[in-house]
Design a protein around this ligand. Structure first.
Ligand code: OAD
Length: 245
């Protein structure tokens, strides 16, 4: 079947779910590919509250290493084409990203929901202070909260077994339920394994969206999509979204 390209009328909307594959061509490793992060690190050690409680220094070394790797990377043509599309669509485009690298914003996107947090933000594991920007590497000592004075600071990323921010569900739900003439849903660079993000496509279908997946290989939940576009995000996104014309 020939794959149509996306076109937007004045009452049409697009929700994009992005995953690690979108940043792969910026040089940031994915999680589950051959040399992915979960092949080199144990999820239990570096991405769970129990891992942090057991060895917070190990966790900070891991995230400090990721911070310094991401600092040396730039947004790619995939991020840039979504930022360019926002100039046309404005608030009719919403990006929901599982990525914690901040590359969407560095490319110029402003309507971004970071459902798994951000690598360059830190929060207290004990008190309710707001998370804050933190560009430092913490490789020698686990930082402590200067507000409650005893809590260990931790990266503001979502770990396994932790809930997503309920405000994000509300924002996503509100976007889906607007009065669209046509709504499109596009998942890019994500394996479709991790929920609740992988279930957004079902929510999109309930909202009568046409659903698209752009990925190097078939995602786990490929059957949920109307169209699967196989290939690299940097090539396929500009083509699909017509920003290459
Ligand atoms: P994965 O590593 O699970 O999947 C990345 C997907 O991107 C794979 O299906 C690849 O085939 C595809 N891919 C790789 N390079 C690509 C490219 N250049 N263009 C297009 N696709 C490409 O990453 P995610 O699905 O993002 O969560 O993982 C979801 C969550 O699992 C992450 O946010 C993280 C992880 O555990 C937390 O840490 C909470």
């Amino acid at each position: 079947m020939a794959i149509p390209r996306l076109a937007f009328g004045p009452e049409d909307g697009l929700l994009v779910l992005s995953g690690a594959g979108l940043s792969a061509e910026s040089g940031i490793p994915t999680f589950r590919d051959a040399n992915g992060l979960w092949k080199r690190h144990r999820i239990e050690d570096v991405a769970t509250p129990e891992g942090f409680a057991g060895d917070p220094m190990l966790v900070w070394r891991y995230y400090s290493q990721r911070r310094s790797a991401v600092r040396g990377c730039e947004p790619n043509a995939g991020h840039r084409c979504l930022a360019a599309l926002e100039e046309t669509l404005g608030d009719r485009l919403l990006i929901v990203t599982q990525n914690v690298d901040g590359l969407h914003q560095r490319a110029g996107s402003t309507r971004v929901i970071e459902i798994h947090g951000n690598l360059f933000r830190t929060r207290c594991s004990a008190c309710s202070r707001e998370s804050f920007d933190d560009n430092d590497d913490h490789t020698d000592e686990v930082p402590r909260c200067n507000k409650c004075r005893h809590g260990l600071l931790r990266p503001d990323v979502v770990w396994f077994s932790e809930a997503l921010d309920s405000r994000h569900y509300v924002q996503i739900g509100q976007f889906f339920s607007r009065r669209w003439k046509r709504l499109h849903y596009l998942a890019v660079g994500t394996s479709g394994v991790v929920y609740p993000a992988a279930g957004l496509v079902q929510q999109a279908r309930l909202a009568r969206a046409q659903t698209w997946a752009v990925n190097l290989e078939e995602p786990d939940n490929v059957d949920e999509f109307d169209f699967f576009v196989k290939g690299r995000a940097t090539e396929r996104l500009p083509w699909l979204l017509r920003t290459d014309e």
